[in-house]
Design a protein around this ligand. Structure first.
Ligand SMILES: [Fe+2]
Ligand SMILES: [Fe+2]
Length: 165
């Protein structure tokens, strides 16, 4: 069964959302690099790369199903940030948004009886649980520092340990 036009379009939109996520995390990473928080910078660069992988997973799936890839304009992410807490809170909020998009895509697949797409999306549903947990933990960690630079450096060191998986 080939992919329907509406599911194809929804995947193309989601590919765009994943690439925007990558752009957003890269912009956040640049803030950390400029502010000497190299652990945060590295964590967000890895996160940005992961989002490209998410986009590519969907890209391959659409093609495998005989669908057409139509790449859309990627919006510019925010470039100016106030502080670390603002960034991690925005990252968490962004992941909540992505979860809602994935959920909608899953529901559309089910309503169209496109079980192949629904099955494929299960991986993303699980991934979002992890993405939400990771970013909400970041918010908690940064809050725990209560703005103290020395404690923030400890969190930064912890974040430098994230390896590319
Ligand atoms: Fe993603
Ligand atoms: Fe994500």
């Amino acid at each position: 069964m080939t992919i329907s036009k509406s599911i194809e379009n929804a995947f193309n939109e989601q590919i765009n959302a994943e690439l925007f996520s990558s752009y957003l995390y890269l912009s956040m990473s640049a803030y950390f690099s400029a502010n000497n928080l190299t652990g945060f910078a590295s964590w967000f660069t890895i996160q940005a790369q992961e989002e490209v992988e998410h986009a590519m997973k969907m890209y391959k799936f659409v093609l495998e199903r005989g669908g057409k890839i139509t790449l859309k304009t990627i919006n510019a992410p925010k470039a100016d940030f106030k502080n670390t807490l603002e960034i991690v809170e925005e990252a968490y909020k962004h992941e909540l948004l992505v979860t809602s998009l994935i959920t909608k895509l899953y529901e559309t697949s089910l309503s169209e009886k496109d079980y192949a797409s629904a099955n494929f999306l299960k991986w993303f549903i699980d991934e979002q649980v992890e993405e939400e947990a990771n970013t909400s933990q970041l918010v908690e960690w940064v809050k725990m520092t209560e703005g103290k630079a020395s404690t923030l450096m400890m969190v930064d060191h912890q974040m430098s340990k994230r390896a590319k998986d």
